[in-house]
Design a protein around this ligand. Structure first.
Ligand code: HEM
Ligand SMILES: [Cu+2]
Length: 547
């Protein structure tokens, strides 16, 4: 292990001798983990804006009953592309971007293990995004069967579906390569003295997430390839007319799809586990139990897929199995929430923007967790499947969970990235604005769902008018508020409210805070010495003076 670590360090030290590429070459040929991280983050943000615009298109139509803006077909294309783009274009690339930027800094490595493959992982994304967007303009329009692509709709659809399938192939390839990079880097390139159970929680959650992706991305690729052959090459995997079974698709899709929701949740757990100790000025409570909780959530996530299929008709014993397995996930999740609260307990807390987003995460993710628990109850779920209750549930997890943690991470590390401090006043405004309008948008959807409003339908009966009006106003305000974030980030890149010190947060003790701000293009070309590593670990209570 030591020998291979040293060779890697030597190879990368020799990079420093090369002249840096500049202009467009710097980005197109990027092999530096920081440049690639930056590319990923900007790409993700652009996709967030595109997917967000589509969400507003949906909410505009649903502001009032009746059909105002779109044909029903186009409405379905909007919900489908919104889902695909947010999941595969915004949230996942943003987490990969963070991992690229921060993992080497946090574990004391000079770069990611496979720097050139890293370039390819990123550059597969823009063509995939392009395919999805072009698909809006082909005959028949974009895919319209929902982001779950269920047959028979996805078999009958026009060529927009083929473009979506190819886009998913590219996105999957990209995430598999990104994951291989993360696994190899975390396992082999840690600083001397940083054993597995001493690495930052963000490294742990990135590692486990990467394993999940390597396990399930090929499953999705298989599912959509089978769709493709059903569509064009005469197979009948999912075509009932030829003896196939559409429900088979659901099994394969959700064997990918449920772990996928943890692919979007675990990195968020990691980020929050970095931010809370920093601003509570206390070590993370129960570090080892946090690691085990992440591991058990990951394993359990493979055994619950059919909770998305309670309504297809399955034997009661199967329903019971999937119901209890799903409920079991509440245990490790509860451990995590307990530990986050215990971390804050009697801490010397201060409430800078990253901390606000982290606390917001804990509160709202818990709401999403509870509505998930409600949905896990099979007899309740058969009533609630495909209603707005489900939409409320997963947006509490994905927006207040994944997205809020990403905002928190951006504010937390922005000083390290840019060398400047962001405006705390604007940051706090962004948080409170998002917090209020997020809830205005999505909380009423619980009621709509309970009252029976179906999702993915462009029109509704009169009794749903008020809550839909409220949700639509909330969505437009929420969307508008994200311009504050964009403005604050650009303002920070241009100098912000002043220079940032190497250690802007006194409570941060992981290795990235031992590096100058902005982080130099090449860091840890020689690994951090063991004394420095141990000092940080002691401050995190991960190492004691005598063992
Ligand atoms: C923040 C602003 C957002 C708003 C206002 C919003 C709104 C909506 C709406 C109105 C729907 C359609 C529900 C339906 O009719 O089925 C929807 C679906 C969906 N959204 Fe969002 N969303 C937002 C952000 C996100 C984010 C960040 C994600 C991240 C993954 C996401 C993932 C999804 C998914 C997976 C679907 C399901 C699509 C489908 O089932 O076909 N959304 N969203
Ligand atoms: Cu699930």
């Amino acid at each position: 292990m030591t020998a291979s670590t040293e060779t890697l360090h030597l190879q990368h030290a020799d990079h420093q001798a090369h002249a840096e590429a500049s202009g467009w070459r710097r980005w197109l040929y990027a092999t530096n983990h920081k440049d690639i991280g930056t590319l990923y983050l900007w790409f993700a943000f652009a996709m967030f804006m595109v997917g967000g615009t589509m969400a507003l298109g949906i909410r505009a139509e649903l502001f009032q009953p009746g059909m105002q803006f779109w044909h029903p077909e186009f409405f379905n294309q909007l919900t489908t592309l919104h889902g695909i783009i947010m999941v595969f274009g915004a949230i996942m690339p943003a987490f990969t971007g963070l991992a690229n930027w921060m993992l080497p800094l946090m574990i004391g490595a000079p770069d990611m293990a496979f720097a050139r493959m890293n370039n390819w992982s990123f550059w597969l994304l823009p063509p995939a995004a392009l395919l999805l967007l072009i698909s809006l303009f082909v005959p028949g329009g974009a895919a319209a069967g929902g982001w779950t692509l269920y047959p028979p709709l996805s078999i009958q659809a026009g060529m927009g579906m083929d473009l979506a399938i190819f886009a998913i192939h590219l996105l999957g390839l990209s995430s598999i390569m990104g994951s291989i990079n993360i696994v190899t880097t975390v396992l082999n390139m840690r600083a001397p003295g940083m054993t597995m159970l001493k690495m930052p929680m963000f490294a742990w959650t990135s590692l486990v997430t990467a394993y999940l992706l390597i396990a399930v991305a090929p499953v999705l690729a298989g599912a959509v390839t089978m769709l493709l052959t059903d569509r064009h090459f005469g197979t009948h995997f999912f075509k009932a007319a030829g003896g196939g079974d559409p429900v088979l698709f659901q099994h394969i899709f959700w064997f990918f799809g449920h772990p996928e929701v943890y692919i979007m949740a675990l990195p968020a757990f990691g980020i929050v586990s970095q931010i809370l100790p920093t601003f509570a000025r206390k070590p993370l409570f129960g570090y080892v139990s946090m690691v085990y909780a992440v591991g058990s959530i990951a394993i359990l996530s493979f055994m619950v897929w059919a909770h998305h299929m309670f309504a297809v008709g399955m034997p009661a014993t199967a329903q019971l199995f999937f119901m209890f397995m799903t409920m079991l996930i509440a245990v490790p999740t509860g451990v995590k929430v307990f530990n986050w609260i215990a971390t804050m307990w009697e801490g010397e807390m201060s409430f800078e923007t990253p901390m606000l987003f982290a606390i917001g995460f804990v509160c709202l993710f818990t709401v999403g967790g509870f509505s998930g628990l409600v949905l896990s109850i099979a007899p309740i779920d058969t009533q609630m499947t495909d209603t707005y209750y489900v939409v409320a549930h997963f947006h509490y997890v994905l927006v207040a969970g994944a997205l809020f943690s990403l905002f928190g991470a951006t504010y937390y590390w922005l000083p390290k990235w840019t060398g400047y401090m962001y405006s705390e006043r604007l940051g706090k405004l962004h948080f409170w604005w998002s917090m209020v309008w997020f809830n205005v948008t999505f909380f009423p959807m619980h009621f709509l769902g309970l009252a029976g409003m179906p999702r993915r339908i462009p029109d509704y009966p009169l009794q749903f008018t008020d809550f839909n009006g409220i949700a639509s106003v909330g969505a437009f305000c929420f969307g508008l508020g994200q311009l504050l974030f964009l403005y604050n980030v650009i303002h920070t890149i241009r100098g912000g409210v002043g220079r940032a010190p190497a250690r802007p947060w006194e409570g941060g003790h992981t290795l990235e805070w031992d590096v100058a701000s902005p982080a130099p293009h090449h860091t840890w070309a020689t690994p951090p010495d063991e004394a420095l590593v141990k000092k940080g670990l002691r401050a995190q209570s991960l190492e004691h003076d005598h063992e």
